[in-house]
Every structure is written in C-alpha cells, then in structure tokens.
Ligand binder design. Structure first.
Ligand SMILES: Nc1ncnc2c1ncn2[C@@H]1O[C@H](COP(=O)(O)OP(=O)(O)OP(=O)(O)O)[C@@H](O)[C@H]1O
Length: 240
C-alpha cells in the first residue's frame, strides 16, 4: 500500500508522551508514536495493553490524558473527529434499525459519508436488507458496522477488533471488504489479537504492552529481520 501513497507534510497520527490513568493506574504509560498515512497498521497487544484506550483517544472520545496527540495535525476535538472514522469494538447502533435506517443515520451524522458505497459494501457482504440489527447474527452486525465505518471518506480509520467473534471464513470476507473500502492515501489502524488473520493486509505493526510500545516497524522488515511471521514474532516477544 505504501508504495502508491502520497507523502504528507506531517504524520497522520503523532503521539508524544501519552499517559492515561484510570483510578491512578496507567492504561497508557508515556507512549510515543508517529504513523504516516498511506498504510494499514496492525495494533496488537495482550489483554489490557491499552489498544482500545489509544484508539479512543485518537478518536477524540476520551479526555483527561497527559501528553501530546495530533491527528492530521490537530489536537483531538471536533475538527479531528470530522476526519476520523472510528469503529468501536461493541455494537453502537440501536437494535431496531435495519441497514437502510443505519445508512440514513450515518448520512445525517457525517458529512463525508458515501451512501452509495455503504449500499455496495452491504451487498458485497450479502447482508439482508430486511432484518433489524437485533435479528442479525453477531457477524452480520459486525459487517454492517464495518460497511458504515468504511463508507466515510475519512483521513484516518480506527477499527477496534473488527474481526473478533466472527468465524474464520467471515473474517476473510470482512478483511476483503475493509481493503476494498480503504482509500490508499488514508491511514488505517486495526487493533486485534488475531495477528495471523490480519498479517496479510498490514503494512506495519505496533505491539503494545502495559501501555507502552514493545515493538514497532514495517511488517516486511520485521519478518526479514526476525526470520519469522508476525504471529510467531508476537508470541516470541510476549513470552519473553
Ligand atoms: N473505563 C475504564 N475504567 C477503568 N479502567 C479501565 C477503563 N477502560 C480501560 N481500563 C483499564 O485500562 C487498561 C487498558 O485497557 P484497554 O481496554 O485499553 O486495553 P486493550 O489492549 O484494548 O485490551 P483488550 O485486548 O482486552 O481489549 C486495562 O487495565 C483496563 O482495565
């Protein structure tokens, strides 16, 4: 992906000395990170390592943290939020909505939302137009939410565990949908435990542990340097 990207003047995401505590305990502990656009980044880490906390801060959904955060050169706020499409790990749509209602809701909320693209993705995923979210399976809901999140013309896409809880065949379909929706000059960060599943689509990875970066780099370089796949590398560095 990176070979066709344009080089922006500033990284799409810049984080310096980011610290976030909950009840005095650090979820992010002085984290620094710079990510250029034009790539898909795998954000990986064990349970509680701070992935969701980081994504929520980048999405402008959490306050009361210390450090410097810039998204497309702006501090998290209304301006940065307009450029960020965030897919939370839990369902965020009302149970009674059907796909067309959800599309209408997104169109009202987001100026950069492309309704036609959302319809295309929903058809790509072969989702039923007549079912409400409540009547859909978890995998179907996940696909619908991904269709909506990917149909914004955002500069930064933040996907929190987009393939957790769906069967392996659906994971592949979801990842294909995600790639088809990815504009190559934007930045996408995908948090996941399922490294093997995303390995083929990520350009670079960030491994978190205890709210800090354990390892970061281009996927190809890490594979070459360590002579192993990212999944094996993850297991090795987290076991040590
Ligand atoms: N609302 C909250 N109140 C208190 N503690 C929280 C809250 N949200 C997160 N934490 C704590 O912050 C730390 C980081 O949590 P976070 O959800 O960011 O990790 P994660 O890497 O996304 O984990 P997982 O892989 O399990 O989803 C954990 O210790 C968690 O208990």
């Amino acid at each position: 992906m990176s070979s066709t990207s344009i080089t922006p003047e500033h990284p799409a995401v810049e984080v310096e000395g980011l610290r976030k505590t909950y009840h005095g305990r650090a979820a992010l502990d002085g984290l620094s990170l710079q990510l250029a656009s034009g790539q898909i980044v795998g954000l990986m880490g064990d349970n509680g390592s701070g992935k969701t906390t980081l994504l929520k801060i980048l999405a402008g959904l959490l306050s009361e943290w210390e450090g410097e955060v810039r998204v497309e050169g702006r501090a998290p706020g209304p301006e940065s939020k307009a450029m960020v499409s965030f897919l939370p790990d839990a369902s965020f749509l009302a149970d009674g909505l059907r796909p067309a209602d959800a599309i209408a809701q997104y169109a009202r909320f987001f100026a950069d939302f492309d309704e036609a693209k959302a319809r295309e993705m929903i058809d790509f995923f072969a989702l039923p137009w007549d079912l409400t979210l409540k009547e859909m399976s978890k995998g179907m809901r996940e696909k619908l939410q991904i269709s909506l999140a990917m149909s914004r013309r955002a500069r930064v896409y933040l996907l929190d565990e987009p393939i957790s809880g769906v069967d392996p065949a659906s994971r592949d379909v979801i990842l294909r949908g995600i790639i088809s929706g990815f504009a190559e000059d934007s930045l996408m960060i995908i948090s996941t435990h399922l490294i093997q599943d995303v390995e083929a689509i990520v350009d670079s990875v960030v491994f978190l542990r205890g709210g800090r970066i354990l390892l970061q780099g281009a996927a190809d370089e890490l594979r070459e340097q360590h002579q192993m796949g990212l999944d094996a590398l993850f297991r090795k560095v987290y076991a040590s």
